[in-house]
Design a protein around this ligand. Structure first.
Ligand SMILES: Cc1cc2nc3c(=O)[nH]c(=O)nc-3n(C[C@H](O)[C@H](O)[C@H](O)COP(=O)(O)OP(=O)(O)OC[C@H]3O[C@@H](n4cnc5c(N)ncnc54)[C@H](O)[C@@H]3O)c2cc1C
Length: 455
């Protein structure tokens, strides 16, 4: 049904506690949750409700489902899938009040609210639960696995507003599906994880370097050398970018070693041999990694309100000629279109050992054999260039698909651009089981705005 924001809010006000907040756009100043990481293909909301607590979220979801009002749950507004473009004038349920963190030191567990922001994902502005529900790639995964591999239980609100638990003991099948396809079944209000004692007194080694663009092949030779046996505590990001201060095209390389400072330094030599133009190598407390890593790239990558076009490439084996081709194409693009110089490539070469050791059928996440994820981000100060950038990025993705062991295409659900099919996102072998779960928990498809399982 078409949403009349003002009347929906009037009705919600009668059902939710007085501490809940409400806003009726179009006045953006008046909206609580409209801030988005990318404003490209962004959703539009006719009204926003920010429930004060779990019971209020239950009431809001129940009310919306019963009245056929399309709604979407927002925790941080970080997600970028182009599919959100189809979300027009829906009710936004902003769950950002769910910020509790409880640590049980004796049990080595942490229980957090559904909107707590992360300090171990790729940047500090994403939600821990939002990142987890797709799988949860992270720079500790070579030692501890994906974030789903450390998830012990969740409390989730269903499409009908019920609060249910899922774990290895309760609703086991749902728990299986939540770990990799978790945007499909409900709204997770709290999640409990295993936690670990900090290693090396809590410090990790970060090495930030700026390298000349001429050494792209050598950088890829280093990554290729680790293809079979990357040290489990080592993660490396390579960013091919335009940087005026560095004289144009350059590579930012950020290495992180999370199991001993001296041990970590041994792995850096191949990069140092390439004579970085700038380097900053030092131990820092583990929980400062996101803010400080890669010369503080978090402030740029995590910033809200930019028009970013996002595609993703997946690597099972490094085909270095493809990377060399891509690096050269980037230069052509930057030189021809100065307005598009924020277009960049991020190669996330995180160690995979512990994540790959978890049996594939243990969780719904289907990409345990992928060794590297790439963020293909297009950005232009001139929106007229965006259709060209879309095509350019798709062409890059197709090239990696053809050469890098990921054919047919595989895309991590949390990096989906919105044009992928079901098998690409959920994996052929998992789809039937996931469809069964979707039929059970969300038969009307009320949680269907984010690349859903189609039943
Ligand atoms: C800069 C950047 C860095 C990233 N780094 C990583 C990374 O290191 N590892 C990784 O795996 N992914 C990463 N991602 C992708 C990220 O996992 C997804 O964008 C994720 O959906 C973000 O969740 P959110 O809650 O922050 O965002 P939102 O936009 O608030 O939510 C995204 C989607 O998740 C759903 N959702 C959010 N919270 C809940 C909840 N509690 N219960 C049910 N559904 C929920 C929302 O309904 C929405 O559909 C990154 C993204 C960006 C932009």
């Amino acid at each position: 049904m078409a949403l009349d924001g003002a009347s929906v809010i009037e009705l919600l006000k009668k059902n939710l506690s007085a501490q809940s907040q409400f806003a009726v756009p179009p006045d953006p100043q008046n909206s609580i949750g409209n801030a988005r990481w990318t404003t490209y293909k962004a959703p539009s909301f006719s009204a926003t409700v920010k429930p004060a607590n779990v019971a209020d979220i239950q009431s809001a979801i129940k009310y919306a489902t019963e009245n056929g009002i399309p709604f979407h749950v927002t925790a941080t507004g970080h997600h970028f899938t182009g599919m959100f473009e189809k979300m027009k004038n829906v009710l936004e349920i902003d769950i950002s009040s769910l910020k509790d963190i409880k640590i049980d030191k004796a049990a080595n567990t942490m229980t957090i609210g559904g909107a707590v922001r992360t300090s171990i994902g790729g940047c500090s502005t994403t939600g821990i639960v939002g990142v987890t529900l797709g799988g949860g790639l992270n720079r500790w995964q070579g030692l501890y696995g994906l974030m789903i591999d450390n998830l012990l239980s969740v409390e989730m609100i269903t499409a009908t507003g019920e609060l249910v638990k899922a774990s290895a003991k309760e609703n086991q099948e749902l728990f299986w599906g939540l770990r990799g396809a978790g945007f499909n079944f409900g709204t997770v209000v709290s999640a409990t994880y295993k936690i670990y004692d900090a290693r090396s007194g809590g410090d990790v080694l970060i090495a930030d370097m700026i390298l000349p663009y001429t050494v792209g092949s050598e950088i890829m030779r280093i990554l290729k050398g680790w293809e079979e046996n990357q040290p489990p505590a080592l993660s490396v990001a390579v960013v091919a970018t335009w940087n005026d201060e560095a004289g144009g095209p350059c590579f930012r390389v950020g290495a992180l070693y999370v199991d001993g400072i001296e041990e970590g330094k041994k792995h850096l030599q191949p990069f140092l041999d390439l004579q970085p133009m700038v380097q900053d190598i030092r131990p820092i407390p583990w929980n400062e990694v996101n803010k400080k890593w890669l010369f503080g790239i978090d402030a740029m990558l995590g910033a809200y309100g930019k028009r970013r076009i996002f595609y993703s490439g997946h690597i099972r084996r490094f085909d270095n000629p493809t990377f060399e081709w891509h690096f050269a194409e980037l230069v052509k693009l930057w030189e021809k279109y100065p307005a598009a110089r924020h277009t960049l490539l991020v190669i996330e070469d995180w160690a995979t050992k512990a994540a790959a050791e978890v049996p594939d059928d243990e969780t719904a996440y289907p990409h345990r054999d992928i060794i590297c994820h790439m963020l293909l981000i297009g950005q232009s100060t001139d929106p007229a260039l965006e259709p060209m950038l879309e095509e350019w990025l798709k062409n890059v993705r197709a090239r990696y698909q053809a050469t890098s062991g990921s054919n047919p295409l595989q895309v991590y659900i949390s990096y989906a651009s919105g044009d992928e099919d079901q098998e690409t996102l959920y994996g052929k072998s998992k789809l039937d089981r996931l469809r069964g779960l979707k039929r059970n928990w969300d038969p009307k498809g009320v949680f269907n705005f984010n690349n859903p399982i189609i039943i």
